[in-house]
Design a protein around this ligand. Structure first.
Ligand SMILES: [Zn+2]
Length: 294
C-alpha cells in the first residue's frame, strides 16, 4: 500500500541540512513543534548519516522556542547512542509504524518485516532515554474484513498503549502503482468506511488514550469513504476530534442520519458469516447457518 519508494529523490546530506536550516529560519516566534518526516527512518544511517544527525541535534538544541522534535523511524534503528545525541535539547518523540500488534497481519498482509518484540524493545529504549513514542496503526490492511480491521486497531492500541504517548490511526488509502491498487481494481479491496474510523477512534479514545487520525483522501474512492453524502461531516468531526480529544464530537455523529449507515451496520452484522471466520464457527449464529457455511 505504500508508494513512498516512487517519490524518493536523490538528495545529499548537505541538501538535507540546508533544507532544515531554511525551514528553521521561517519558524514563528512562539513555541513550536518540529516534525522531521523523512518518509523513511530518520535513525537509519543510510538515510541520515551519524554526522548529519548530530548536526541536526545541534540545530535543534540551539533553536529558541523549539519545544518538541518528532522523528519517524523503524524500530531496528533505535539505539541509546543515537538517542543520546538529542539529550539536553527539546523533548524527543519517536514515531514508529507498528501498523498492528497482530504478528500474522503485520508479517503476512503488510509485509512489514519486524516483530512486536522489536517494536517493544525500541519503545523501551526510547522511554529509557526520556523520549516519548507515537505509534502508527493501520486501519484495514488488505485481506482483512471491515469488522476484523476495526477490532484489530482497537486491540493493537491497547497493546501499544503501555509504550505510546499517542496513537496515530492511519486510514488505509489506495496509492498509485501499488499491489493494493491492483487488488482494488480487481474488486478485492475497498478502503475503510468512515463509520469504521469513527467506531475505532471512539473505542480507543474511551480507553483514555490520546488518539488522532489524519483522514488522507477521505471521501474519495481511493480513500476512506462512505456514500458521498455524509463524508464531509464525518471528516470534519475527525479533524475537530484530533484537536479537542473530545469523544463527544464523535459520539454526536451517532445521531447523524444517513442511509449508508444501515448498509454499514448490515456489513458489520454479516461480517463473520461472509468471511466464514472463527467467531462465526464458534457458535455465534444458529446451527443450520453454520452447517451452510462449513
Ligand atoms: Zn452516508
Amino acid at each position: 500500500m505504500c508508494s513512498f519508494w516512487q517519490e524518493s529523490a536523490q538528495v545529499t546530506q548537505a541538501d538535507i541540512l540546508t533544507q532544515l536550516a531554511h525551514a528553521l529560519q521561517r519558524t514563528p516566534e512562539e513555541e513550536f513543534v518540529l516534525k522531521i518526516f523523512t518518509s523513511g527512518s530518520f535513525l537509519d544511517e543510510r538515510e541520515i548519516t551519524a554526522e548529519s544527525r548530530r548536526a541536526i541535534a545541534k540545530m535543534v538544541r540551539e533553536k529558541a522556542g523549539l519545544r518538541k522534535l518528532i522523528i519517524e523511524t523503524r524500530p531496528e534503528f533505535v539505539t541509546p547512542t543515537k538517542l543520546e545525541d538529542f539529550t539536553g535539547s527539546a523533548e524527543l518523540e519517536l514515531a514508529i509504524g507498528l501498523e498492528t500488534a497482530d504478528e500474522f497481519i503485520r508479517s503476512s498482509y503488510i509485509n512489514k518485516g519486524f516483530t512486536f518484540a522489536e517494536y517493544q524493545q525500541a519503545a523501551e529504549t526510547a522511554l529509557d532515554c526520556d523520549a516519548t513514542v507515537k505509534t502508527y496503526l493501520l486501519l484495514k490492511p488488505p485481506w482483512v474484513s471491515e469488522k476484523r480491521a476495526i477490532e484489530d486497531v482497537i486491540s493493537s492500541a491497547e497493546r501499544a498503549s503501555r509504550y505510546s504517548a499517542t496513537i496515530s490511526l492511519n486510514l488505509c488509502n489506495i496509492q498509485k502503482h501499488t499491489p493494493l491498487e491492483t487488488l482494488w481494481r480487481q474488486g478485492y479491496y475497498r478502503p475503510p468506511w468512515l463509520w469504521s474510523a469513527l467506531e475505532a477512534l471512539s473505542a480507543i479514545a474511551k480507553r483514555d488514550l490520546v488518539v488522532m487520525s489524519d483522514p488522507v483522501g477521505a471521501g474519495y474512492r481511493r480513500g476512506p469513504h462512505n456514500c458521498g453524502i455524509c463524508d464531509r461531516a464525518i471528516t470534519a468531526a475527525i479533524k475537530r476530534f484530533n484537536i479537542t480529544q473530545d469523544v463527544r464530537v464523535l459520539v454526536r455523529l451517532d445521531e447523524l442520519e444517513c442511509a449508508c449507515k444501515d448498509v454499514w451496520h448490515v456489513l458489520m452484522d454479516r461480517d463473520a458469516f461472509l468471511f466464514g471466520s472463527r467467531p462465526y464457527l464458534e457458535g455465534k449464529v444458529n446451527k443450520r447457518a453454520r452447517e451452510l457455511v462449513e
